[in-house]
Design a protein around this ligand. Sequence first.
Ligand code: NI
Length: 188
Amino acid sequence: MAVLPILITGEPVLHARATDVTDFGEPLIRLVADMRETMEAAPGVGLAAPQVGVPLRVFVWEWTDDEGTESSGVAVNPELFITPVPAGEPDEEGESEGCLSVPGERFPLRRAATALLRARDLDGQPFEITAHGWLARIFQHEYDHLDGTLYVDRIGTEWAKPLAKTLRKKGWGKPGNSWLAGVDDLDA
Ligand code: NI
C-alpha cells in the first residue's frame, strides 16, 4: 500500500466525468487500498479516485458520527438519490465543507439532509446505504467528484471572491499542483 499524491483543483482529471469500473480485479483492489491509506493519512473523511489521478467511478469514505457510529466503505459505480436541498443560506458554523483537493479551505454549502447510495463493493456485489446528516453530505461530495464537480463549484456567489483570492495566492486552479499527506504541511 502507498500514500498517493492528492491532486489540487485545476488538474483536468478533477474536472471531468470519471468512467465506470468494468474490471474488479487486482488493480482495483490495490487502488482502493491506496486510496484508504491516503484518506487516513490526509486525514479526510472521503476520497474519490479522480483525486489521485484515476478517472474511475470509485470513492472511499470513513466517518464516525456524534453517537460514535462508524461508517466506512468503498462505492464502485455509485448512484445517489437525494432529498431536495433545503432553501436558504447555509450556516457557516454547521455547514462548512472542505475538500482534500482544495486543502486547508472551508466554505459553507447547503446539502440534502438524506441520501440513498446504491453502489457495488470490491467484489462487484450491489449494496445500498441510506445516510443522514454529515454522512449524506460526504456521499454528495464524493459522488460529485465522479462527475467532475468540486464543492467549490457549488458555493454561493458571495464566496467566489475569497475562493479566487486563495487560488491566486496559492497558484492553484491550473494543472500541476498536488500534495502528499505526511510530507507537505497542508491540512484540509
Ligand atoms: Ni473533495
